[in-house]
Every structure is written in C-alpha cells, then in structure tokens.
Design a protein around this ligand. Structure first.
Ligand SMILES: *Cc1c(COP(=O)(O)O)cnc(C)c1O
Length: 356
C-alpha cells in the first residue's frame, strides 16, 4: 500500500511523475533507449533541458525579465559557496539573515570569500521565529535569506525591500506559493524538496548581477559559464532533470503556482487547526511564522509518544519524526502530498485524544 509520505526530503513526488519516470527508464519517448543510456547531447535530452529551463521561468513569472534558469550539480550546499564566489567582491561583504541550520551553513561557506554581516538571528530561541525589523546596509554585495526553514518549520512571509541584490535559498518552498519572484536576483533550490529527486539543483539568476566581482572563478563554479553553455557545461544530471521537468509539467497542468498555493493553504490550515485545538499537541514555531510546507509540533506529554507513534504508523503514515535538533514531529506537506494524507494525520491525532 502506498504510504502517506511526510518525509522532509527527498520526499513525495506526484504519482504520475513516478509512473512516467519509470516508463522513461525502460523506453524514453519510444526511442528504443532508456533515458539512463542516452547522450545528454541527444536531441531528445536537449529538448528536455530547454523545456525545463523555460518552464521554470514561465511558472515563476520571470520570462523575458533578464533571468536564466540552470540545472546544476552539487545540491543547495554547493550554492552556499557559489553565491559568494560569484557575487562577493574581493574583500567584499555580504549580509545574511540567520534563521536556522541551512542559513548557518550558507554563512559558514561565505566566510571563505569575505566578510559576513549577520543582520538578524533567532538562534537564541532555537530558531522558532523569523527575525523582523532588521536593517540591510546599502554597501554590502548582496543580502541572503532562507525562505523556508525546513528543520524548524518557519517561513518568511515577506521579504525586505533593499537596493542590494536579494539572494534566497528556496529549497523547501519553491513553486509552493505566489510571490513576486522578480524581487529576487538569485534563487536556488535543491530539487529534492518540492521539485524532483536528489541530484539536481535549480538556480534562477538575473544575468545583470553577474561578472562584477573582479574574481577569477573556476568554470564549474561560474554561473556565467553555465549560462553560456545552456546548463550543459559538463554532463548534467540527466535523469533528475527529466523527473523535475515531469513535476513542473504536472504543476502547470494543475494550474501553476496560484492553484497549488490554494491546496497548500488548505492542507496547512487543516493540520495547524488540529494542532491548536487538540489539547495533546502544541506547535513548535511562532504562529505568525509557521511554515505551510513543514509543520513542526510536539506532544504536550511525552508519555504519549509510544501510543501516538504506533497509531500513525498503523495508519500508513511515514516520515513524521522531527529533525533531531528540534525533536517532536514534522509534517512536510510538499506540493505532491494530497489533502487526504493530511486528513489521515488529523484523524490519528483525534484518535489519540479519544484513547488517552
Ligand atoms: C535541504 C536543504 C538544503 C540542503 O540541500 P542539499 O541539496 O542537500 O545541499 C539547503 N537549504 C534548505 C532550505 C534545505 O531545506
């Protein structure tokens, strides 16, 4: 039986994407070849890469606005250093918002390239909220933030107005909600949270911000090189890129980001309403900053853990344990998770209430 998959990443993808991917492994486009054995320079794969890059910009509303979409190797973690390498001047300075583990990793990598200025941090409260009212100096090379904190279950609802390039790690909420994406100069996301399988990373960058650092950048780490080679500087992650394209096509057919945002809101509301109503549970993150993708919550009484765990496992739920740094539970409700799966979880929470 298919599980209700709440895994934080890699995570659930649409069932039809699994089926089409499986078919492409056996016979890609009726070519008599598996997608795993074709050249990345073949006509069929070049078409995949072109469509995937174009569809990203279309779904984000960034067509014709000077942006390029790239499908790269290395995960979001490589972008932690590619961003400063490509945007920070020699002896330059960048501003960072410290909202959790991933933001911290980004800051650590940037320190190899120049000065990092922490404009705000919620570390002392174990990252349970998003700092607000921080100031971004106008002399920094860029400002970096994390739109959704996958581990702590917080999400930025607004983004600062600033005259410096705005860089955002959107690994765990890209394509989940409507935003004015043109306010960002660079967006990156590991595919495995809301877009595809592990192994490919999406970078969306406004071309005009590149080439200004005075640094010599090795080709593999240079966004301009990847743009010039149309995201095929070396062999791209062929299969993960194809699966990402299938997920983007699925999203477009569903009505795009505006349509999925409504579903995501309904799912999040259903679960958070139960967390707040049910006396056995409490939310882990500040209410106004709650993530619609990763809901973190705790049992009021840890003695109920064994019973609760047995109930959700029996209901076919998988991947509900919280990250070790937060404990408790984390329900990751990415685009592909159906509303019915959230209802199953809410039913289990009510079942626990009736049993203890
Ligand atoms: C998972 C995650 C990362 C790390 O992604 P990798 O692709 O494993 O390097 C970075 N940032 C955020 C917000 C994440 O959720």
């Amino acid at each position: 039986m298919k599980k209700h998959n709440y895994s934080a990443g890699p995570c659930i993808l649409p069932q039809e994407v699994f089926e089409k991917s499986a078919q492409a492994v056996l016979d890609f486009n009726n070519s008599g070849l598996s997608i795993l054995e074709i050249s990345h320079r073949s006509k069929d794969f070049v078409a995949v890469m072109e469509e995937a890059r174009a569809l990203v910009l279309e779904l984000l509303g960034l067509e014709g606005k000077g942006y390029q979409a790239l499908f790269l190797h290395g995960g979001a973690s490589l972008e932690f250093l590619m961003v400063p390498y490509n945007l920070m001047r020699e002896n330059g300075k960048a501003a960072y918002l410290d909202t959790g583990t991933w933001a911290n990793s980004a800051i650590k990598e940037a320190k190899h390239f120049g000065e990092t200025l922490l404009v705000g941090s919620s570390k002392e409260e174990n990252y349970s909220y998003i700092p607000k009212d921080y100031l971004i100096p106008s002399d920094v090379d860029y400002f970096h933030c994390t739109s959704n904190n996958t581990i702590f279950g917080t999400q930025m609802k607004t983004f600062p107005q600033t005259n410096v390039p705005l860089v955002c790690d959107m690994s765990s909420d890209i394509f989940s909600r409507k935003l004015d994406f043109s306010q960002f100069d660079l967006i990156y996301a590991g595919a495995q949270k809301n877009m595809g399988p592990a192994g490919v990373t999406l970078v969306v960058v406004k071309e005009e911000i590149l080439g200004k650092t005075g640094r010599t950048i090795p080709n593999m780490l240079n966004y301009q090189q990847h743009i010039a080679k149309e995201s095929m500087y070396n062999t791209p992650p062929v299969f993960p890129t194809y699966v990402s394209l299938l997920t983007l096509q699925w999203l477009k057919n569903k009505g795009g980001i505006a349509a999925i945002e409504k579903v995501n809101e309904t799912k999040a509301k259903l679960l958070y309403t139960e967390i707040d109503r049910n006396p056995l549970f409490k939310g882990a993150a500040a209410k106004e900053d709650r993530s619609f993708m990763n809901a973190t919550f705790l049992l009021e009484n840890p003695a109920h853990q064994e019973t609760f765990d047995a109930l959700w496992k029996a209901a076919g739920i998988s991947g509900l344990n919280g990250h070790r740094s937060v404990g408790g539970y984390r329900a990751s409700m990415y685009n592909a998770l159906p509303l019915e799966s959230v209802q199953v979880l809410v039913d289990v929470m009510q079942d626990l209430e009736s049993k203890v």
